[in-house]
Every structure is written in structure tokens, then in C-alpha cells.
Ligand binder design. Structure first.
Ligand SMILES: CC[C@H](C(=O)O)C(=O)SCCNC(=O)CCNC(=O)[C@H](O)C(C)(C)COP(=O)(O)OP(=O)(O)OC[C@H]1O[C@@H](n2cnc3c(N)ncnc32)[C@H](O)[C@@H]1OP(=O)(O)O
Ligand SMILES: [Co+2]
Length: 134
């Protein structure tokens, strides 16, 4: 079912500060900030040779990232995103196996303009999993 690792997401309080660490200390190619109000985040993608890092800063009142940062004020790995060919087929198969699909269960458009879904961390080794249809 899952394919490539599309990105590893890191929650941060200060997006620009985190991006400058990746740019200046790690020499990474850093993209522009992208506001994603429907997800409650502003993201910056960092292109790596084999995957991407997604830096996430809370946006708006009910950002899931704000709540995450309450427990992890210095930030930390928030989720991993795997690519799937057919996100609704993957969702239906996972639901049939008892996995919890977050939100209303329907894919939303993510930062890459593709349908994404999230799976409960408690069902996936304590790790929030995002699926992105490619
Ligand atoms: C623009 C889209 C972009 C993209 O790539 O395209 C994105 O990736 S947007 C990313 C932001 N969106 C989301 O995270 C949506 C999915 N997240 C959620 O639905 C919630 O954040 C949820 C359900 C994971 C957690 O909700 P909440 O924080 O309100 O619940 P709790 O605090 O009660 O947490 C329950 C339980 O789960 C643990 N938890 C919470 N977040 C994480 C996490 N990121 N990784 C691992 N575990 C997590 C939390 O500690 C609680 O555990 P407990 O043992 O009960 O304390
Ligand atoms: Co993501």
C-alpha cells in the first residue's frame, strides 16, 4: 500500500528561525513559507535528495500544531507522510482493519495540492501518519 516517504514534518514555534538553521547550519535548500489556513499551519518545505522536511508553524486559533507544541515547546517530529496511489482505497482498507482515520475521514487537499489523510498515532506505533495520493 504505502510507497515513498514523501516528507518528515517537524513542528516549530518559529518557522523562519527553524528554516535558517536548516539553510545556514545544514546547507539545505529552503522553500518559501506557505500559509495553509484550512490545516491551521504555515509550512516551509526543505528539499532533500531523497525526501523532504516539512517545517510546521501554528496558524490561527485551533492549530493542531499549537497543541502539539504545548507538550513539546522546543518542537519535534510531528508526522511522517507516505505516498499512496489510491488514497480512498487505502483509507477503506485501513478502516476495515480498524485503523482510525482522522477528521471526517475524507481526504483534504494538502500543501502539494494533492489529497491527504491522517491516521491516528495510537494505531501506528505512536506516530501520526499522513497519506498523500501521488
Ligand atoms: C498543509 C497540510 C500539511 C501537508 O503535509 O500537506 C500537513 O501535514 S498539515 C499537519 C497538521 N494537521 C494535522 O496534524 C491533522 C491531524 N492531526 C490531528 O487530528 C490531531 O492533531 C491528533 C488527533 C493527532 C491529536 O489531536 P489532539 O492533540 O487534540 O489530541 P490529544 O492531545 O488528546 O492527543 C491524543 C494522543 O495522541 C498523542 N499525539 C497527539 N499528536 C501527536 C503526534 N503528532 N504524534 C504522536 N502522538 C501524538 C497525544 O500525545 C495523545 O497521547 P496520550 O498518550 O493520550 O497523551
Ligand atoms: Co504533512
Amino acid at each position: 500500500m504505502i510507497g515513498r516517504l514523501n516528507h518528515v514534518a517537524i513542528a516549530v514555534k518559529d518557522l523562519e528561525k527553524a528554516a535558517s538553521v536548516y539553510k545556514n547550519a545544514l546547507g539545505a535548500k529552503v522553500g518559501p513559507p506557505l500559509k495553509q489556513p484550512e490545516h491551521g499551519v504555515t509550512v516551509i518545505f526543505i528539499e532533500l535528495p531523497n525526501t523532504k522536511i516539512e517545517l510546521l508553524e501554528p496558524l490561527g486559533e485551533n492549530s493542531p500544531i499549537a497543541k502539539f507544541l504545548e507538550k513539546a515547546p522546543d518542537g519535534g517530529i510531528h508526522h511522517v507522510c507516505y505516498e499512496v496511489e489510491d488514497i480512498t482505497a487505502a483509507r477503506d482498507q485501513l478502516k476495515s482493519q480498524g485503523a482510525r482515520v482522522l477528521g471526517d475521514g475524507n481526504p483534504k487537499i494538502g500543501a502539494h495540492g494533492k489529497p491527504v489523510l491522517f491516521l491516528h498515532p495510537k494505531d501506528f506505533c505512536g506516530t501520526l501518519v499522513e497519506l498523500e495520493q501521488v
